[in-house]
Each structure stands twice: as structure tokens, then as C-alpha cells.
Ligand binder design. Sequence first.
Ligand code: MN
Length: 262
Amino acid sequence: MSSTKTLADLASALLSGAVRVVDLTAPLGPNTPLIYLPPHIGKNTPPIKVHKISEYDADGPYWAWNWLELGEHSGTHFDAPRHWISGKDYPDGSTDKIPPKNFVAPVNVIDRSKEATENPDYLLTVESIQAWEKEHGEIEAGGWVLLRTDWYKRGDSSEKFLNADANGPHSPGPTAEAITYLISKGVIGWGSETVGTDAGSAAGMNPPFPAHTLMHQANRYGLASLCQLDQLPPKGAILIAAPLKFVGGTGSPVRALALAPT
Ligand code: MN
């Protein structure tokens, strides 16, 4: 009974605009920045291509449709546990097997946009998370934690978005200890505005790529290339991010949305 009322209240709030729907998704197309791995590390995801099948023409007189050439980890996307070797054996670790209730969850937004603007190599530490919790409340089990850096404002310029030089990419992210701490809190996942869930410097961390290695080892998820986290409160919004139900999928582009208070 009470959940019927909760949903009726939510429906009214959505219709009246008292609850906003915030789009946390980057435009997805041939210009979307993609992660770049130096050849000695591994193969890269290919550029996104849109192939026309027909557009109200001889190939289909009344309809338009395309087919896509698209890596699973393109644009605003979801990382499933199976993406990483540390999470490869979970029976519910691929995009088609993750319980759907995990796609809708409360969200904590840690704003470190000032720090990341001053220092693109900024790393979120345990101490910084604990300071945030003192101010905004504890991070709850089952919630997402997203790092706001305003990185999305770099738009679709790959050069600005990847921000690499001869020493590699310079972009913000978590320390390994920060990820371990969040897992100890029981979070459902970790998300960022950068091209991947880890910092640009994460190859040199212990373990390397901790947001991938540790989160997926714990059967938890990632979200990358999120946008408009500056539109969300520190606490109180609900995140909806569901990957396509690719059979055996390691991840998928998502339309990430948040229900947020006005
Ligand atoms: Mn990914």
C-alpha cells in the first residue's frame, strides 16, 4: 500500500516538475571521445560509425534506419564486472545478467570540480571522501558514488577530453585506497566524468586501474563519461543507468538519467 502511494507521489512530482529528470549523458556519435591505449598496452576500441540502411529512398521508401559500429565502452557507458579480469567469473557479471534493480539507485555526488580544474591530475582520497561525508552525510550501502569534476565541459574535443602528453593522460580520479573505502561502505558503483572510471595516472597505481580492478573484483559497476553532475545535489537524487542487455556484454553505452529535487 505505502509503495503505491510513494509511486503516486513520484508520478505527481514528475508531472508537475517538482522532480526533475537530469540527462547525465554525452551525445553519442562519430565525434564522441574514446579512450586511447598506447599500442604496447593493447588494442583500441574503433571509432564510432553510423551506416545508413535507408532514408526514405530506394533502399526503404517510407523509412529511415541506420546500423552502428560501436564499441561497448563508447561515450557515456556502463562497466560490468566482466569488463575486468578481476571480475570475470561472476555469473551475474555481464550486462544481460546483472539484476535490474541495480540499475536504479540513490546517488552521492562528490564535487571536486575546483580541485580538478586547478589540477587535472587530482586524486580523490579517503580523507577527502570522509570530509564530504561529515558535511553531507554517510555514503549508504547500495548507492552510487560519482566524482564531479566538470570534466564534461571539455565537450567532444578528444584532445581536451583525453588531455594526454608524452607522459600519458592527465585526468582526475580516485586513489586505490578511496575505492577500497567505498567498497567497504557497500556502494553499488563508482562513476566519473572522464573517459574511463580511473584517473589518467591509474596505470601506475597499486593495483593498476583500481576503479576497474577493485570495483569489478567486488562485483560492482562503473560509469564513465558522465555529464552535468553539476546539476545534481550531493545527496538526494536517484540514478537510472541501464546497459543494453547484450548477451555476455562487458559494458554498454547508456542513457544515464537522474531524478533530482528542484
Ligand atoms: Mn569502460
